[in-house]
Ligand binder design. Structure first.
Ligand code: UTP
Length: 294
């Protein structure tokens, strides 16, 4: 049983400046809901209710978001806006959320290392705080299912265009079935010709406590930071790891174009926006086409 999750959310978010100068990228909304709330919801939907968020400088609004706001609550009660009141109360009761601060930004591996006392001897899920998924079965649940079958660390992977493999951590291995690979290789940002596959690590993991000793032995890598992928590569020399090809679509909210695409796709799925938003999109495309044909 996986009962705990770690959500690293301390990073600087330089790819989304200037929006992230004074606010966490994990709080950027998809329509009206902060990205990290979707991530916490994925945990809850996967049966996890104990969550450690790795926080840091400038990230206090994440704590506030999952706390109660009595002033707002009483205003909504006065206005008898029960639906919004309930929505607000739901957020602070979603899960048991703990916070720890990463005081120096030494990379994703270092962020995960901050979870060692919280996770103790148990396997745990890791969900990057700036990426969300749309899927039938929650992606973290898919990885938990794989962990329960193989009892090995599980990396969530997705197929990426071959020419873009050099942007990702790429896995190589032998297929055990349609959606599980037994890993033999882990390569960070390979040139397309050197990539062992087109499967990229996709922001979701199930890790075992052995990752902490691997992190202790991992030297600083790219960007002079402790990289989780480097620690996993070290771990792979000592114990087996599987990758689970995730069913669903991942949205990386840390880059601007993906943020825009996510907003459009999610708005088209929202019953309260879908129809007027679709009309707006069609009108916009028509105007673009007309302008081009002039
Ligand atoms: P990213 O590499 O996308 O985060 O890490 P970043 O460093 O903020 O991004 P850019 O490149 O500057 O835009 C993925 C997740 O890991 C967290 C981030 O907050 C993000 O949710 N992270 C990253 C940490 O918690 N600590 C770190 O030292 C680095």
């Amino acid at each position: 049983m996986i009962k705990k999750a770690v959500i690293p959310a301390a990073g600087l978010g330089t790819r989304f400046l200037p929006a992230t100068k004074a606010q966490p990228k994990e709080m950027l909304p998809i329509i009206d809901t902060p990205t990290i709330q979707y991530v916490v919801q994925e945990c809850v939907d996967s049966g996890i209710e104990d969550i450690l968020i790795i926080s840091g400088k400038g990230k206090r609004s994440i704590e506030d978001h999952f706390d109660r706001n009595y002033e707002l609550e009483s205003r909504l009660s006065e206005q008898e806006d029960e639906a919004l009141y309930n929505q607000l109360r739901y957020i602070d009761s979603m899960a048991n959320i703990h916070f720890i601060r990463q005081k120096e930004l030494n990379g994703l591996g270092d962020a995960i290392y901050h979870a060692r006392f919280h996770c103790g001897n148990e396997p745990f899920a890791v969900l990057l705080g700036d990426s969300v998924n749309s899927s039938i079965i929650p992606v973290t649940q898919q990885l938990i299912d794989a962990y329960e079958q193989y009892h090995q660390p599980v990396l969530g992977v997705e197929r990426v265009p071959h020419e873009k493999v050099s942007r990702y951590g790429i896995v190589g291995g032998n297929k055990l079935n349609d959606h599980i690979l037994q890993l033999t290789q882990l390569v960070e940002k390979p040139a397309p010709a050197q990539a062992p596959s087109d499967y990229a690590i996709a922001g979701r993991y199930i890790l075992t406590p052995q990752i902490f000793s691997a992190l202790e032995r991992t030297p600083r890598g790219k960007g002079n930071e402790i990289q989780l992928t480097d620690a996993l590569r070290l771990l792979l020399t000592q114990e087996p790891i599987v990758a689970s090809i995730i069913e669903g679509k991942r949205y990386d909210m840390g880059n601007k174009l993906d943020f825009l695409k996510t907003t459009v796709e999610f708005a088209l799925k929202r019953p309260d926006f879908a129809a007027p938003f679709e009309s707006f999109l069609r009108e916009t495309i028509n105007k673009i086409d007309e302008a081009k044909s002039e």
